[in-house]
Design a protein around this ligand. Structure first.
Ligand SMILES: [Fe+2]
Ligand SMILES: [Fe+2]
Length: 152
């Protein structure tokens, strides 16, 4: 089945956009720090793509569900939450790789005295933790809730 593109909540899309932008700036720093930033970018781009395809769109319906509103296309949400469940461990492995690359970036940026890049890299580590602790589980629960409702 082909899945049409589904909106990511605006706030989360903006956060990804900002992190991309900061990473591009870090690459522009050149030298060892720029290289370390490029390594992060190589890992991050395909990862963000997957998140925006199926991990984050289910969160766009949270507010409507909390109000008790009916969804126009619950099947399209369920497709994504089931894919997230199936790929959860893989996404966490990708985070582990990304965090390792970020730790290397933090070391080189500290040595190069680039505190703004250190701060950005630390924010990106937190971003991954927020996803694992809050956003992915919330997205999965959206799917579980829809299945429960359907069974009633
Ligand atoms: Fe993300
Ligand atoms: Fe992520």
């Amino acid at each position: 089945m082909t899945t049409h593109k589904m909106a990511v909540p605006r706030t989360l899309r903006a956060e990804h956009h900002e992190l991309h932008h900061e990473l591009a700036r870090a690459m522009d720093a050149g030298g060892r720090t720029g290289e370390a930033a490029r390594r992060v970018a190589d890992l991050l781009h395909p990862h963000f793509g997957k998140e925006e395809e199926f991990a984050l769109p289910p969160l766009a319906v949270l507010a409507a569900l909390a109000k008790g509103a009916a969804l126009p296309d619950p099947g399209a949400i369920l497709e994504r939450t089931e894919r997230l469940k199936a790929e959860f461990a893989q996404l966490v492995r990708e985070h582990d790789e990304i965090v390792k690359a970020l730790q290397a970036l933090i070391m080189t940026a500290k040595a190069d005295q680039k505190p703004e890049i250190v701060r950005f890299a630390e924010q990106l580590v937190l971003h991954a933790e927020t996803e694992e602790e809050v956003l992915y589980p919330a997205a999965i629960l959206v799917g579980e809730y829809l299945k429960l409702k359907r069974a009633l």
